[in-house]
Design a protein around this ligand. Structure first.
Ligand SMILES: [Zn+2]
Ligand SMILES: [Zn+2]
Length: 600
């Protein structure tokens, strides 16, 4: 793995005589593998120089991947000036954390609006694909990418890149979860422990180190690390090299040199096994696998396809501290999250049964038996779904709560800002496993299945008489996909498919099953905005259904399946179109009854 720094400054580009050595451009790192996979991490003003170098190399049809940690300016401001984006034939994949509101593409387009820049994002010549990330891992060519939420004032991902046994971690912008760790001393617990595991055994860690411990007292909650914390984390993680980065705009070359010298001196005598340096613009590093280290596995290995959509999240809160409560209300409001308030922790946990919140925020009070009730919440909330509801605890420090750690999904350590609370809430909501709704089983299920099986039609070859109907459905309703779907005990099997190359899918994720159990037509204009379907795998992954309309097929009294139409785009269906679909379902009924009488 070949690593090159194109920008190492935090917050603001700072060219000038005092920043010649470590550079004035904001965050940008180029990574290239032996298989020639190009991964760019962050798009600060350093991206401009990288773009010029790539253009000078003038490879036709350049392909590359861009990981964006978050969309603060110093991590995206190079994008409008990246020459390879303007060249037709080039192909780029951009990956960035999914937010709660607008898409990554919209956020990036924002800085290129008419008032700020003469060319729009969608006018650039290259083909650009956008991918939204949550925590987990995915593959880019020969590179395995693992992601983890950092502790910052915006939802930010750190990246761990592994290829051929070598590992690189990019962890900027990030603040210690336990603020006492800013000193580099103290036991590493909780989420800092997890951060440490994310860095485990890395050959190179590029870590936020914007402040020194002395400066940190005035910068608490700004979302950045101290040099001391970065060093302590890397040593505990057994990393080989640490590149300090996100240099403060006010930091001169001389000051950075002093900081590095001080950090190196501090580990003298304690077996200085960590190579510490400050990332410098233009610096290149070759990473090879160290034979003797086996990185700890990172816990969450979920493959990311597309992040699940969040449908009108609801926050249940029991926080007595008026300042903290106000800050949380402000944070929730900014993301359109409804808040239900509760007088006490016990009340909140009891209310969770009926309110069905997406997230609970509780305030820790030392010795309060109410808060201790957290331990027994498994008994307090019998509903299986409510048990998955993440809990964030408001407290003065994280380690006081060792006893209930396993129950807690996140912390808000006082004092905290609304921006900070917003980030923690987002991370928590996006981390939560989502559920889609499985249809209820029909009241006449056994009878229904007997009739369906009696047709002897399941697993028979396609027949023109049914294929005509799906073709007609697709063309007359102007949709790309149409199906004759029969709902079996554990699956839905398709007698005819148009525009979809699948023989059957699980009943667990079946849309038609909802129509069958209700015995009525089902229309879902936009699946993403329907909590029953928004995180259904058929929506979040292939075939990415956005629109569904299905009419039930009856054989006698039993509803056996549907004729349905699907689209990748949201759409409306008018009464006329729906009655046409009903008519097509009745044609299928006639064909099925013909088969039935022939069987008899
Ligand atoms: Zn930054
Ligand atoms: Zn930032």
């Amino acid at each position: 793995m070949h690593v090159r720094f194109w920008g190492t400054r935090g917050s603001l580009p700072k060219p000038g005589p005092d920043t010649l050595r470590f550079g004035g451009n904001t965050s940008c790192v180029e990574v290239r593998t032996a298989a020639d996979t190009l991964v760019i991490v962050d798009c600060g003003s350093g991206l401009h120089g990288l773009g010029q170098a790539l253009a000078a190399g003038a490879k036709p049809a350049l392909k590359g991947h861009i990981l964006i940690s978050h969309t603060h300016w110093d991590h995206i401001q190079g994008i409008p000036f990246f020459v390879p984006f303007f060249v037709p034939g080039n192909e780029w994949d951009i990956y960035a954390p999914r937010g709660l509101g607008q898409s990554v593409q919209d956020t990036l387009a924002g800085q290129m609006q008419y008032a700020y820049f003469p060319v729009r994002l969608d006018q650039m010549g290259a083909k650009i694909r956008y991918h939204e990330l949550i925590e987990g891992s995915f593959q880019i060519g020969d590179v395995t990418v693992k992601t983890r939420y950092m502790n910052h004032t915006a939802l930010t991902l750190g990246f761990r890149l592994e290829v051929g046994g070598a590992a690189l971690v990019y962890a900027s912008d990030h603040e210690p979860f336990q603020r006492n760790l800013a000193s580099g001393k103290g036991e590493i617990l909780g989420q800092d422990r997890e951060h440490c595991e994310f860095l485990a055994g890395a050959d190179l860690v590029i870590h936020d180190a914007q402040f020194t411990l002395n400066e940190y007292a005035d910068k608490i909650g700004w979302g950045h690390s101290t040099v001391e914390y970065a060093v302590a984390m890397c040593k505990a993680a057994g990393a080989a090299r640490l590149a300090l980065t996100h240099h403060d705009p006010l930091r001169t070359d001389y000051a950075i040199e002093q900081i590095v010298r001080h950090a190196r001196d501090n580990q003298c005598g304690k077996a200085p096994d960590l190579d510490i340096f400050a990332a410098a613009e233009g610096q290149s590093i070759e990473l090879r696998a160290r034979g003797d280290t086996s990185p700890l596995t990172v816990s969450n290995e979920t493959m990311i396809s597309d992040a699940p959509a969040l449908v009108s999240p609801l926050l249940l809160m029991a926080v007595k501290d008026p300042v903290a409560a106000d800050t949380i209300r402000e944070a929730a409001q900014a993301d359109d999250i409804a808040v239900v308030e509760s007088g006490s922790v016990t009340e909140a946990l009891a209310a969770a049964k009926s309110v069905q919140p997406s997230l609970i925020i509780l305030e820790w009070e030392a010795g309060d038996p109410d808060t201790l009730g957290l331990n027994t919440r498994a008994h307090g909330i019998p509903d299986e779904r409510a048990n998955d509801v993440p809990i964030i605890v408001v407290a003065d420090q994280e380690e006081a709560l060792a006893g209930i750690k396993t129950e807690v999904a996140g912390w808000l350590i006082r004092p905290f800002s609304a921006a900070y609370a917003r980030t923690r809430i987002r991370a928590c909501l996006l981390r939560t496993t989502c559920h889609w709704e499985r249809a209820l089983t029909s009241h006449d299920e056994e009878q229904r299945l007997a009739v369906l099986h009696g047709l002897s039609i399941l697993d028979t070859p396609p027949e023109e008489r049914f294929d005509q109907i799906t073709r007609l459905a697709a063309s007359s309703l102007n949709v790309p996909m149409a199906l004759v779907s029969l709902v079996d005990r554990e699956r839905q099997w398709f007698k005819s498919t148009y525009g979809l190359d699948v023989a059957e899918t699980s009943r667990e994720t079946s849309f038609c099953s909802h129509a069958v159990s209700s015995r009525e037509a089902l229309v879902v204009p936009d699946t993403i905005h329907d909590p029953r379907f928004s995180d259904n795998p058929l929506v979040t992954q292939g075939p990415r259904i956005r629109f569904y309309a299905g009419c039930p097929i009856f054989v006698g009294e039993s509803c056996v399946g549907t004729v349905c139409v699907l689209d990748h785009r949201p759409r409306q269906i008018d009464a006329e179109a729906l009655s046409l679909l009903r008519y097509l379902a009745s044609l299928v009924e006639m064909e099925l009854c013909r088969s039935q009488s022939m069987n008899e």
